[in-house]
Design a binder for this molecule. Sequence first.
Ligand code: GAR
Length: 205
Amino acid sequence: MKRIVILISGRGSNMQAIVQTAKKEHWSAEIVAVISNRSDAAGLEYAASMGIPTSVVISKNFPTREAFDAVLQTEIDRYSPDLVVLAGFMRILSAGFVEHYTNRMMNIHPSLLPSFVGVKTHKQALDAGVKVHGVTVHFVTPELDHGPIIDQLAVRILSTDDEESLSQRLLIQEHIVYPRAVRWFVEGKLKVNGNRVDVDADLTN
Ligand code: GAR
């Protein structure tokens, strides 16, 4: 049984998708905690309603990034996770924290990396005039929005799109790609090879 801790900062729809898919597909994994850096994160309520332990480490109460990350790490490690899943966790993480979870911390980023790192990725894509946009799931490394890519899904950008319509269409893809990547981890199907991840799975499935 793999132990998964999910970190959120807000709505938590990707966390919900993972919790629901794990249940539906009977993964041999347990979501052992959902942790937020904001006490008003809406996703906390859903996690609690599913009987998942929740906790909050309020980032704005800490004087430095390192001080927050140290307490967060202690809180995460209380649950002895095999995998830490960042699901809309809107914090830049210090190198020491990230290295503690090398190849066992995943993130979802709403762009086709390596394009459009950082925030406002839908606006970045629209401003750049690209015709496809997408979502990336990757292992986390100290450099922001880099790290070995596990999977990506793309959507076509329409001439009628604005940030809202694009983010809504992409979110549907996020809820497909993230649970599947986490399942691959649980099933031991991911092998990190330098900056590449080999997936021992039928990618049409
Ligand atoms: C998602 O779109 C996710 O890709 C993005 O935040 C949203 C969280 O939604 N993550 C990032 O921008 C990370 N840099 P959710 O709380 O409903 O899962």
